[in-house]
Design a protein around this ligand. Structure first.
Ligand SMILES: [Zn+2]
Ligand SMILES: [Zn+2]
Length: 164
């Protein structure tokens, strides 16, 4: 069924070549930063690289531990600042429900963050639904509320964990 395979493709398949996603993401990040005159410093690049090494979202301290595993001595604040830069430039999203970070799969396209998060394997699919954004905006406007950001996090089970 084409519908199911479209859904499956949003979740990284077990055993898929995640390194390829990472190198693609880094090339995109470099191009975006270059076009904006933003500097993808060594640490910012390494933080992004580390986030993309893992198909599941990573917490700031996991990132720090991975960075420092090779003997570097990066401070937590430096990692948080690098994360802020990556978020501001739309390269990384922060997932509040997991307090963790995931690389954006729609870099360069304006979108708010909408995520389906598997509570069993922690894999995340990023969806970009204009309909969701519009519905939230309309509901907010009807209540005189002015949103400054919209992040939708939906918990559940991914197709792999459901065994579909
Ligand atoms: Zn995104
Ligand atoms: Zn799962």
């Amino acid at each position: 069924m084409p519908r199911t395979s479209a859904v499956l493709s949003d979740f990284p398949k077990h055993g898929h070549d995640h390194r390829a996603c990472g190198s693609h993401a880094l090339a995109e990040a470099e191009a975006i930063c270059h076009s904006r005159g933003a500097r993808l410093t060594d640490l910012r690049r390494k933080v992004l690289e580390t986030i993309w090494e893992d198909p599941a979202p990573l917490g700031a301290y996991d990132i720090l531990a991975k960075l420092n595993a090779s003997g570097e001595r990066n401070a937590p604040m430096a990692v948080y600042r690098a994360l802020d830069f990556l978020i501001e430039n739309g390269l990384v999203h922060r997932l509040s429900s997991l307090n963790a970070y995931i690389g954006c799969r729609h870099v360069g396209r304006s979108h708010s963050g909408q995520f389906l998060i598997c509570s069993q394997c922690n894999l995340v699919a990023e969806i970009t639904s204009d309909a969701v954004t519009k519905t939230v905006a309309r509901a907010a406007a009807a209540r005189g509320f002015k949103p400054s950001g919209e992040i939708v996090e939906v918990m559940g089970l991914c197709p792999h964990c459901r065994g579909t």
